[in-house]
Design a protein around this ligand. Structure first.
Ligand code: ATP
Length: 276
């Protein structure tokens, strides 16, 4: 699959507030992000920082309280439930954390792929061809006739990825896909997912696992419902939000105990200093 430089997904000023009997929870507080096509993007951050909330909105499973999100150039906001469902079916694949959430115990690998292809509107011959190609790419071609109960946890997650990718949706979302796997199986699964991105698939995964994050082309790090920084090609980039706010890294924050700062804009940069 070739890409023309259009991002697989974008969001701007994304806000998600949950209302519960104990009060409001501001889970996302204005998230701006770009998911490049054909890459593996990891969303990381401490528990409660908003990873799943962001993932669910980009997967068109939930709606933001405010802000905009697009997948493959299609706005997700302002759509009727029917159109949102159609967009999800065509453009979004999803992998859950636990293998049994992804697979049905009475269907073989081939049958899972045939079902997913039908759901996505792929013809039978094309589904057979693409299914065989995906199982091969993910290293489970020899397990195609097995039931999930006969597969290891890692093999089950590979099958879950094949199922999410068949029909080539614009975006494959995975919520903690390695959380139930040991580190060797995690490394193997990540290699397989990288193979998928090399053939043009876009994968976004929420993860706590530093090993999984280190395999990503881009890491979006959330802190308290906002993007604190991104990592691209091994470089840590602070993110300036739409209102000009930057979250300082913890080690920089520690330099300003009074939480007040002097800002000098110089010829070649911007310097933050503690007021004397
Ligand atoms: N349906 C809901 N109702 C009320 N609060 C919610 C709901 N879903 C999430 N939250 C709250 O929103 C905040 C962000 O949750 P979210 O699940 O997005 O974080 P997370 O980074 O994925 O966390 P974890 O790593 O623990 O899964 C948390 O404070 C959580 O308790």
């Amino acid at each position: 699959m070739r890409h023309d430089g259009t991002p697989a997904a974008t969001c701007e000023g994304l806000v998600r507030i949950y209302w519960s009997p104990s009060g409001e929870v501001h889970a996302l507080k204005g998230v701006d992000a770009v998911v490049p096509a054909g890459r593996l993007t990891a969303i990381t951050g401490p528990s409660g920082s908003g990873k799943s909330s962001l993932l669910r909105i980009l997967a068109a499973q939930d709606r933001p309280t405010a802000g905009r999100a697009e997948v493959a150039g299609h706005p997700l906001t302002g759509l009727s439930a029917r159109r949102l469902r159609a967009l999800r079916r065509r453009h979004i694949g999803y992998v859950f954390a636990r293998p049994p959430q992804n697979l049905l115990p009475h269907l073989t690998g081939h049958e899972h792929l045939a079902m997913a292809a039908r759901y996505r509107g792929v013809g039978r011959a094309e589904a057979r061809r693409e299914g065989a190609e995906l199982l091969d790419l993910l290293g489970i071609a020899h397990r195609a006739e097995h039931l999930p109960g006969q597969l290891s946890g890692g093999e089950q997650q590979r099958l879950a990825f094949a199922q999410a990718v068949i029909g080539r949706p614009a975006l494959v979302m995975a919520d903690e896909p390695t959380s139930e796997l040991d580190s060797a199986t995690t490394a193997d699964l990540l290699t397989a997912v990288s193979e998928l991105t090399r053939t043009g698939t876009t994968v976004v995964m929420a993860t706590h696992d530093p090993l999984a994050a280190s395999a990503a082309d881009q890491v979006i790090h959330l802190r308290s419902g906002a993007v604190s920084h991104e990592e691209v090609a091994g470089r840590r980039l602070a993110v300036i939000d739409g209102d000009g706010r930057v979250q300082l890294p913890e080690e920089a924050l520690a330099r300003f105990p009074a939480r007040r700062v002097l800002i000098d804009v110089t010829g070649d940069g911007v310097v933050l200093r503690e007021p004397s």
